[in-house]
Write a protein that binds this ligand. Structure first.
Ligand code: SAH
Length: 343
């Protein structure tokens, strides 16, 4: 059985040709699934009945089950979705000034074990398939269709490490980009990574102008490896070189994420060290007030500290923003919703 939600229009055309149908039927199916959000062949009204039956015999359309939706402030909605093998997947819809952003998960659980993050607390179960990642966005879009609103931005910042599930993540982005589907420009897509250097290099050569976001969270190896075990394998210096390579190859500015954790990485000297690290580059820093996760023992920096930290970066002409705490009220610290559900 062919999982057709994960196919690009070209592959879908080849598939229908293999069933003895004309190629344009592939485009029709793609548009039913990705533009109209249809989950059943029976709803594809412009296909002959016999062909719909043939499709049902040979293939299937992955559709995640919507378990719950938690509404938060300012148009944020957190979706808890369920896979066919009863695993929970989180996706978040955020309303920014310019339109809707869909924040998607790429794995069930996570192997990276960052010490402040909830995503890996129940371990790693499996990669999501391209069709499952795609469907997260389609489930969000389902609620927007009646108001004729499109998804404007896609960020792979949910549960999981996208560069540890490289093919499926990129395939999903290519599907989102397809004109026959959502038609979202690559420039409006962001891949966030904890710093898997081979993946960053591969992405630099992929030929798609997405934004890369590097979860830095510390300016010294000492502090960073306490927060992020991956730093032992890929320390800061090499990571910064990989980010520079990405920028050079793609012409796309890299964003550095920095979660502010009280007394861990938020002192003035931490800020000055970050300035040193970034001064000769054109990266942008996104400061995230920590979403404290129960049991981790970390506390969010005070707002005075956050302002001081930001001002030090600003004074050094480093572009910096403080991310609005959109997720807090919907329990959106990464992986929190899923954990509550799994227990
Ligand atoms: N694995 C990828 C993407 C997932 S997490 C990565 O590491 O980038 C998206 C962002 O949220 C990352 O920057 C991550 O470090 C950060 N994050 C995770 N838990 C957090 C928390 N409790 N508070 C603030 N940011 C958190």
């Amino acid at each position: 059985m062919k999982d057709i939600k994960g196919l690009l229009p070209n592959d879908l055309c080849n598939f229908v040709i293999s069933l003895g149908e004309p190629a344009y039927r592939g485009d029709q199916i793609f548009s039913w699934i990705h533009k109209h959000g249809v989950c059943s062949f029976q709803d594809m009204k412009n296909l002959p009945l016999t062909f719909r039956e043939e499709l049902e015999r040979t293939s299937y359309i992955t559709c995640l089950n919507v378990r719950s939706k938690d509404k938060g402030r300012k148009g944020t909605v957190k979706y808890l979705l369920e896979t066919h093998d009863n695993n929970a997947v989180e996706a978040v819809r955020m309303k920014y000034g310019y339109g809707v952003t869909a924040c998607l998960s790429t794995q069930i659980g996570c192997k990276m074990a960052c010490s402040f993050c909830a995503s890996g607390m129940s371990g790693f179960i499996r990669n999501l398939t391209a069709s499952e990642i795609t469907d997260e966005a389609l489930r969000i879009r389902e609620d927007l269709i009646q108001d004729n609103i499109n998804i404007r931005n896609i960020v792979l910042m949910g549960v999981g490490e996208p560069l540890d599930n490289y093919e499926a993540s990129i395939q999903a982005l290519r599907i989102f980009n397809s004109k026959e589907g959502l038609g979202i420009s690559f420039r409006r897509m962001t891949i966030s990574t904890c710093g898997l250097i081979p993946g960053i290099k591969r992405l630099a050569e992929e030929g798609i102008p997405v934004t890369l976001s590097v979860s830095l969270h510390a300016a010294t190896d000492d502090i960073r490896q306490k927060l992020m075990p991956i730093n032992r394998q890929y320390p800061i210096k090499q990571l910064m070189n990989a980010a520079a390579y990405f920028q050079e190859r793609t012409g796309r500015r890299v964003t550095f994420e920095y979660a502010l954790i009280r007394d861990i990485n938020d002192s003035d000297s931490d800020a000055y060290r970050l300035v040193d690290l970034l001064q000769k580059r054109s990266g942008h820093v996104n400061l995230i007030p920590l979403n404290p996760v129960i049991g981790k023992g970390y506390i969010r920096s005070t707002s005075t500290r956050i302002n001081k930290f930001r001002n030090i970066l600003k004074a050094a002409s480093i572009p910096v923003t403080v991310r609005r705490g959109l997720g807090l009220d919907v329990n959106a610290a990464c992986g929190q919703l899923r954990r509550r559900y799994c227990r």
